[in-house]
Design a protein around this ligand. Structure first.
Ligand SMILES: Nc1nc2c(ncn2[C@@H]2O[C@H](COP(=O)(O)OP(=O)(O)OP(=O)(O)O)[C@@H](O)[C@H]2O)c(=O)[nH]1
Ligand SMILES: [Mg+2]
Length: 308
């Protein structure tokens, strides 16, 4: 955090965007320090479905606004929908001249493995944020009451793996122990920040780049293409296996094939949506839209509709 540069204007509210995976405690944190009364999840299901912000509230002699966001791993919406809503919100905020003073990224220390989803969520966040704004990022680990000694080990591991590149660029990592005092200490840490636009704000507003062509948009497309390739390869493998199998075995493989096909359809629907996003937004003259994903084809000799 940049404490040596000019302080945030006392008249301009300190605006903090709170991000992190579903269930990391974003809404709980916000409710603790403000009177927002946002809905908090009591099941494993995602809770906050769209962006919400608090009214301006005081902390010491400052005015604060906290912006609550849904995690990219929301159960009810696709990553693309979440990404679009967060990106559009940040673009509009920047367009209105409302500066983001800091970004608070919450991470549940009780996550017992640094799984694919946790990594993906943070990588998406990094692409949204870019490098310059990292000095205004605080990663706060939550749910310390749910861990024993393993918490400190995990914290150390996270600091030397997943979060390391961000910490090297001046992001900070702190603990939030769930108390009001701890939350307020974290927020006070943002007081001296000089607001820096996030990369997505510069790309989408200053440079007028459509979401699909931004770094995060390209990144998510690459992830979908990777998944598409994986499902296609798996389907090829299953078809090969089927040739060698008895009638009973073929039936089982057919079921697996059907599941893969369903997954492939889902991924391809996302890819088409991505392509649609890049088409409907104004493109810079030098840019040309990527070709649309291949259309659905029928499998030769087979009855069902196969997506190749
Ligand atoms: N044990 C424990 N539970 C917590 C803590 N912070 C939040 N929770 C619980 O974790 C669950 C999820 O908290 P939320 O605040 O809804 O998490 P969120 O990040 O807003 O989740 P989404 O809105 O789904 O993205 C709720 O049941 C909270 O009561 C904590 O420090 N310790
Ligand atoms: Mg929430």
């Amino acid at each position: 955090m940049d404490v040596n540069t000019q302080s945030a204007d006392k008249q301009d509210p300190i605006r903090i965007v709170v991000m992190g995976a579903t269930g990391s405690g974003k809404s709980t944190f916000i409710n603790l320090v403000s009177d927002a009364g946002f809905k908090v999840g009591h099941t494993l299901q995602s809770c906050t479905a769209s962006i919400q912000k608090t009214s301006t509230f005081p902390l010491d002699d400052r005015h604060m606004i906290l912006i609550d966001t849904p995690g990219f791993d929301d159960d009810n919406k696709t990553e693309l929908e979440i990404l679009k809503s967060v990106a559009d919100y940040l673009r509009d905020l920047h367009g209105e001249g409302k500066k983001v003073t800091g970004i608070l990224y919450l991470y549940k220390i009780s996550n017992n493995r640094m799984g694919g989803m946790a990594k993906k969520n943070f990588r998406l966040f990094r692409k949204l944020c870019g490098t310059d704004a990292l000095k205004n990022v605080v990663i706060a680990t939550t749910m310390w009451d749910k861990v024993t000694e393993e918490g400190a080990d995990r914290e150390e591991e996270l600091g030397s793996t997943l979060f390391k590149p961000a910490l090297d660029e001046d992001a900070k990592m702190v603990r939030h122990d769930g108390t009001l005092e701890s939350a307020q200490v974290i927020l006070r840490g943002f007081f001296g920040n000089k607001p820096v636009p996030l990369q997505i704000q510069e790309e989408m507003f200053d440079k007028n780049i459509p979401l699909a062509d931004t770094e995060v948009g390209q990144f998510i497309r690459a992830l979908f293409l990777e998944q598409e390739k994986k499902h296609k390869e798996e389907m090829d493998r299953l078809r090969e296996d089927m040739k060698e199998e008895s009638e009973k075995g073929r039936k089982e493989i057919q079921e697996e094939l059907e599941q893969e096909r369903e997954e492939l359809r889902r991924v391809q629907a996302q890819l088409r949506r991505w392509w649609f996003l890049s088409m409907i937004l104004p493109l810079a003259p030098s840019r040309s839209p990527s070709p649309p994903p291949e259309p659905v084809k029928k499998e030769e000799g087979g009855g069902g509709c196969i997506i190749m």
